[in-house]
Design a protein around this ligand. Structure first.
Ligand SMILES: [Zn+2]
Length: 170
């Protein structure tokens, strides 16, 4: 007899219910990219590309896919054939603690590695401190017992306050 099967199907949401919930969450948050994603091929491409970025980051950090969002980076633009475009600001929200992490694409390894944004210990400016590609990389950065070396990109003088000892001249 299989009479117990209904117990599990009633408690777990099926794909259709989870999909509708995900769409409603997007609309409730007023995420413009979601509502405009079908307006032009370019908007669809950006939407789909950012969905892939979120999947990659979530997989690398062993997090649920919906804990990662990718939005326009208000502070960084990149030059493309079609002019300057905002970079991707990747936000990971830990469902266990609500703590947020902000990452940037590492263009030396797109889709494979990212920079962690954090405060410079010297001047408090927000800088891309270390490259990460997996959960252990993040842990190595966070572990007080580790002596991980900041990325060269973290020491770019243009990112720091003028008198910061951690900045290297260009
Ligand atoms: Zn600094």
């Amino acid at each position: 007899m299989h009479s117990n099967n209904t117990a599990t199907t009633q408690t777990a949401l099926g794909l259709a219910d989870r999909a509708v919930l995900a769409a409603r969450t997007m609309r409730d948050k007023g995420i413009g990219e979601f509502t405009r994603r079908h307006d032009t091929p370019e908007q669809w491409n950006r939407w789909a590309r950012r969905a892939r970025v979120a999947r990659n980051v979530a997989a690398a950090l062993q997090m649920p896919a919906d804990s990662v969002t990718v939005t326009d980076d208000p502070d960084r633009q990149y030059r493309t054939r079609n002019g300057n475009v905002p970079g991707d600001l990747i936000t990971v929200t830990d469902p266990a603690t609500a703590r947020q992490w902000r990452l940037l694409t590492d263009f030396t390894g797109p889709g494979e590695s990212w920079f962690v944004l954090d405060r410079c210990p010297g001047c408090e400016a927000e800088v891309p401190v270390v490259r990460i590609a997996c959960l252990a990389d993040l842990g190595d950065y966070l572990d007080p017992d580790s002596d991980v070396v900041p990325a060269d990109e973290a020491r770019d003088a243009s990112l720091h306050e003028a008198d910061c000892v951690l900045a290297l001249p260009n």
